[in-house]
Design a protein around this ligand. Structure first.
Ligand SMILES: Cc1cc2nc3c(=O)[nH]c(=O)nc-3n(C[C@H](O)[C@H](O)[C@H](O)COP(=O)(O)OP(=O)(O)OC[C@H]3O[C@@H](n4cnc5c(N)ncnc54)[C@H](O)[C@@H]3O)c2cc1C
Length: 366
């Protein structure tokens, strides 16, 4: 039985979040024909919305999407409470519904075709991918040269093509109405979020409270944490990728990017910035028609950094003793500056063992 093809394109991108919308925009800027699918144009991704402010400059994104600029954040444990001055770098708070929509609009303005439709499944024919899509109540088919899974942590593209899911953890999250704060707090330790962290961020005229959690006990922990600061808000659980270097980049003319590929920085759980940056790397591989280039370039740019943050998380978020040690380290200006330089990319981490040695020697030196 021959299938009626409704649209043909070089690249079909599934998911209009930061990774998919950025990829579409960058491909269009290079005149690479693409279709961007988003299943819900009004989707408001549950998210703290914290992103490195440099993203606006790097990707020419309108600065009015920044709802708050955070220049100082607080790190807290049961024993310590320290402020970290971000100096030249800062964190911006964005509202995801508005932010993602703008990124999709920018893609469309650059030439991408934008469809509100849901990817269902795909199959392969010679050098092409045929995708089955639900648009309104109709089933349509799109033929493309490449298929992109930018459809988030529970990626359907990944399930259908790679046959597995993104490694993920549950995040408990609540929005508190009618609160306006100007700071970001990060809470560490067993009372707040064992081996991970909890946060309180501004969110427009609301506040977002959340914690990355490992098991059911942690749910109780989050309840106590939230109730300590805010009452009666509805808590919901959402998945967030837990990066494990599973090398899910490319298979059968299909690429994964952003949460679908697990590209969330360990320890900090920053996913928006790395979704956008990974999309930039992928756009280069597609423009050059060199699928292997994606993984090679990503590894060259980020593998060391991701491994470093994973290692630091293992060492310092192990238990309350190490958490308090970490915050003591952060109390030292020199160590604080060094840690920030690894985070904002102004310097590259050296080997994990060497870095631990350096931290300890700097700490004990007068
Ligand atoms: C509670 C919580 C708080 C977070 N806080 C932060 C934070 O403060 N800072 C930060 O950097 N990161 C944060 N993250 C992580 C961040 O949200 C993600 O890493 C980021 O959104 C990844 O972008 P993406 O484009 O890859 O995927 P997504 O943003 O998930 O976008 C995927 C898109 O695909 C669409 N889609 C899904 N399936 C289909 C389909 N079948 N067909 C068509 N479209 C589809 C979805 O509607 C969605 O718009 C948080 C995550 C959670 C859960």
């Amino acid at each position: 039985m021959s299938i009626k093809i409704d649209f043909e394109t070089d690249v079909l991108i599934v998911g209009g979040g930061p990774s998919g919308a950025t990829l579409a925009r960058l491909l269009s800027k290079k005149n690479k024909n693409n279709i961007l699918l988003e299943k819900n144009f009004n989707f408001d991704k549950p998210c703290g919305g914290g992103i490195k402010s440099q993203v606006f400059r790097e990707f020419d994104i309108p600065k009015d999407l920044e709802k708050k600029e955070i220049k100082v954040f607080n790190l807290k444990s049961i024993k310590n409470d320290i402020s970290v001055n971000l100096n030249n770098s800062s964190i911006s708070i964005v509202l995801r519904q508005e932010f993602d929509k703008k990124l999709r609009d920018l893609a469309q303005e650059s030439g991408s075709k934008l469809l509100e439709a849901r990817f269902l499944e795909c199959f392969f024919e010679n050098d092409d991918v045929i995708s089955k899509i639900k648009m309104k109540n109709e089933i349509i088919h799109i033929r493309s040269n490449y298929l992109i899974g930018a459809d988030g942590v529970q990626s359907t593209v990944r399930k259908k093509v790679f046959g597995n899911n993104t490694n993920a953890l549950l995040t408990n999250y609540a929005l508190i109405d009618n609160k306006d704060i100007d700071y970001c707090d990060f809470y560490f330790g067993d009372d707040y979020s064992p081996n991970e962290y909890a946060w309180i961020f501004p969110h427009g005229n609301k506040v977002s409270v959340g914690a990355v959690l490992k098991n059911d006990d942690a749910k109780t922990v989050f309840g106590k944490f939230k109730d300590k600061y805010y009452e009666n808000e509805k808590v919901k659980g959402y998945f967030i990728p837990c990066w494990n270097d599973d090398k899910a980049f490319y298979k059968n003319r299909t690429f994964l990017v952003g949460d679908a590929a697990g590209h969330v920085l360990p320890f900090t759980y920053e996913g928006i910035y790395f979704a956008i940056k990974s999309a930039e790397i992928l756009s280069k591989a597609i423009i050059n028609n060199e699928p292997k280039m994606y993984q090679e370039l990503w590894n060259k740019t980020y593998l060391k950094k991701f491994r470093f943050f994973k290692f630091m998380q293992k060492v310092f978020l192990r238990n309350d003793f190490f958490v308090n040690l970490m915050l003591k380290f952060f109390g030292k200006e020199k160590l604080q500056r060094r840690a920030l330089s690894y985070w904002n990319g102004s310097s590259q981490p050296i080997s994990n063992k060497k870095i631990l040695f350096k931290i300890f020697t700097l700490f004990f030196r007068k």
